[in-house]
Design a protein around this ligand. Structure first.
Ligand SMILES: *Cc1c(COP(=O)(O)O)cnc(C)c1O
Length: 309
């Protein structure tokens, strides 16, 4: 038994028709805590528990924290999540729903994270949201499932925050003999830490995050994602927040699934028929999900963008 589930792999009639190619979806939005993160974090939590951890500590008020809280409840290990004052009531509620202890500390994530690290005792495990080899190993299972299905995509489209998902998918491709299948790494403008890093040749630190796709808001990507840029065919693509939002709305209408803009970002190049996809016949989109999206929030944002169009 794993903490994640095998997710459906479905061909999207709607996306195939708009883009004029065969578009497949790996529906990670259906993972119990709402995103792919449980694959890597679940595997890391199980490993740390086997090594003797008696508590899991996280500083994420987003999908990573939710995955830790979920894993802790399932494994009967107490979880402490430290979040900054800016964290929404909804995020705190979702964490408490999974029985996590939520500590509000500091005005920024940096302060919350520093406090979380200071709490980590000898018998505790700290779960990083994207920079841990155990995470990548766990995320790679989504590629194992695709491989077993018999579908061989020509390209994989996924979103990049800190680069954990990218590192896991690349690892999964290589361990299944699929090192030749390229990855389209999508970010929103305003959260383009990978794009900037690939231009510079090393992980650069963004001054700030201005995108609404907060789950992509890592100011600096992990070193492993930079190595994959060297060792694997990866293309970096940027989309606007507006385009990511529109993709969320269209995806809800087409597939009845509400996803975060962080996930809409990966759907946007397909809905917008981006030039980067022109050469590919079969496209696989990792529908990474996200539990922090609400209808109200998506509508509010959309209204704002329609007003300035
Ligand atoms: C975490 C997350 C991402 C980005 O993953 P990284 O491993 O940080 O690159 C994208 N989408 C969603 C919904 C996420 O929760």
């Amino acid at each position: 038994m794993t903490l994640h589930i095998d997710t459906p792999l479905v061909e999207s009639r709607q996306l195939s028709l708009v883009s004029g190619r065969s578009v497949w979806l790996k529906l990670e939005a259906l993972q119990p805590p709402g995103s792919f993160k449980i694959r890597g974090i679940g595997f890391a939590c199980e490993t740390y528990l086997a090594r003797g951890a008696r508590r899991f500590v996280s500083s994420s008020g987003g999908n990573a924290g939710l995955a830790v809280a979920y894993a802790g409840r399932r494994l009967s290990v107490p979880v402490t999540v430290v979040v900054p004052e800016t964290t929404s009531e909804r995020a705190k509620k979702l964490l408490r729903l999974e029985d996590a202890e939520v500590i509000v500390h500091g005005v920024s994530w940096q302060e919350a994270n520093a406090f979380a690290l200071s709490l980590v005792g000898i018998a505790d495990a700290f779960l990083h949201p994207f920079d841990d080899p155990l995470l990548w190993q766990g995320h790679a299972t989504m590629v194992d499932e695709v491989f077993r299905s018999g579908l061989e995509p020509d390209v994989i489209v996924l979103s990049v925050g800190g680069g954990g998902l990218l590192s896991g998918v690349a690892e999964g491709l290589h361990r299944n003999g699929w090192g030749h299948i390229p990855i389209l790494a999508v970010e929103t403008e305003g959260a383009a830490s990978y794009h900037e890093a690939t231009k510079a040749g090393f992980p650069v630190e963004l001054e700030g995050i201005t995108s609404i796709a907060t789950s992509l808001g890592a100011k600096r990507v992990c070193e492993r994602a930079m190595q994959w840029w060297e060792d694997h065919p990866v293309r970096s693509v940027l989309v606007t927040d507006k385009s990511a939002l529109r993709a969320c709305e269209r995806f809800l209408a087409d597939h009845r699934l509400l996803v975060e803009p962080a996930c809409g970002a990966s759907l946007a190049p397909v809905y917008d028929n981006a030039p980067e996809l022109q050469q590919f016949g079969t496209v696989l989109v990792i529908v990474c999900g996200g539990a922090t999206a609400t209808m109200d929030q998506i509508r509010q944002w959309s209204k704002r963008y329609k007003a300035i169009r």
